[in-house]
Design a protein around this ligand. Structure first.
Ligand code: 6CS
Length: 337
């Protein structure tokens, strides 16, 4: 055989061996989230999958809301190693990681979307302190990101904490969120996601809170006629991996996962530009009776005054570790203001 031919054969064999080795290492990973494929968490997950699959031999199977159970179920499955990745909002992580409830101290996060984005991008609390707390629960925190300003839908209008008296408002199963709604004057009713619509329909609760895209896609406008913004929060979400799984990855694969998460983070911020406004329009079109109200700064004052009380409750629940994260978060927020 001529030298150039044998060289060509050698190169081809090396390429074949490498690709077979790659294929042998190729794994299929499972990723569950709390929303549908075309909602914010689903969009994040799809971008993450696309990036991982473009930059490695691994594939990702996505499990949207409802396919594997409620939020608590997919978290358990991830901790048990049945799933490799999970998106769970801190609203459901409170019993596991009490400090994650910090995202329910009202009026802590800014309302300006660019500032919110910059906070999530740069916060030391998020990038340095929270990963340690998640690690203690066997989770590798990959990203925290905002899902939009939270609105409150109700059957009757409200403008003051007094108006909320006697109103049962569904909240995520989170003790601090319960404290917050008590401070707002309402009767908080913690329920899992799958029960929201039915609870509104049957009158078990009179209202609920969520980011606007979710109110639209879940059709809560069919059972509530008032959508009110008191400016108290932006919905936070968190994506994590099972820590044993993540620690067992090669350095190269760890980097693929981190890069995919970073890419999905920037993508999801971009995806949400204008989403609240578009969703409000879609809601008004679907339910022409819907009354959308943005309380004025003055009207928001009595709600804002509850923040210190809820902050104190947070410290009572979390002690020194909560204080540390609250201080850091305030410093991080000052930096973006
Ligand atoms: O309120 C809830 O339960 C749900 N809301 C959103 C925006 N995402 C998932 C969560 O489970």
């Amino acid at each position: 055989m001529r030298i150039s031919n044998s060289l060509k054969l050698g190169t081809a064999l090396t390429a074949l061996t490498l690709s077979l080795a790659g294929a042998a290492n190729a794994e299929s990973w499972r990723y569950a989230f709390e929303e549908a494929m075309d909602e914010v968490q689903g969009k994040f997950a799809q971008k993450f999958k696309e990036e991982v699959e473009a930059n490695s031999d691994h594939t990702i199977q996505l499990f949207p809301f409802g396919t594997l159970g409620e939020s608590a179920d997919i978290m358990e499955q991830t901790q048990a190693g049945i799933l490799q990745f999970v998106d769970q909002s801190p609203g459901f992580t409170g019993s596991l990681i009490p400090e994650a409830q910090i995202f329910f101290v009202p009026y802590l996060l800014p309302q300006d979307e660019d500032k919110v984005a910059e906070f999530f991008r740069t916060s030391k609390a998020i990038h340095e302190i929270f990963p340690e707390l998640y690690a203690e629960q066997g989770l590798e925190l990959l990203a925290m990101f905002p899902e939009g300003a939270v609105g409150i839908t109700t059957k009757e209008p409200f403008k003051t904490p007094e108006d909320l008296d006697e109103m049962k408002i569904r909240v995520m199963t989170n003790p601090l969120l319960v404290e917050s709604y008590k401070a707002f004057g309402a009767t908080p009713t913690p329920l899992p996601t799958g029960e929201i619509y039915g609870a509104l329909q049957t009158g078990l609760v009179q209202g609920q809170e969520n980011p606007t895209f979710y109110i639209e896609s879940s059709k809560y406008y069919e059972v509530n006629d008032y959508l009110t913004y008191i400016g108290h929060n932006n919905f936070t979400s968190a994506v994590m991996a099972n820590k044993d799984f993540f620690d067992g990855l090669s350095d190269e694969d760890k980097q693929v996962v981190r890069d995919a998460s970073d890419a999905a983070f920037e993508y999801i911020l971009d995806y949400q530009r204008g989403l609240t406004e578009e969703s409000i329009e879609a809601i008004k079109e679907a339910n022409p009776d819907m009354v959308v109200t943005f309380l004025t700064e003055e009207e928001r004052e009595p709600f804002k005054e509850t923040a210190t009380q809820v902050e104190d409750a947070f410290i009572e629940m979390t002690g020194e570790s909560g204080q540390k994260i609250l201080d850091q978060m305030k410093e991080d927020l000052k930096a973006v203001e």
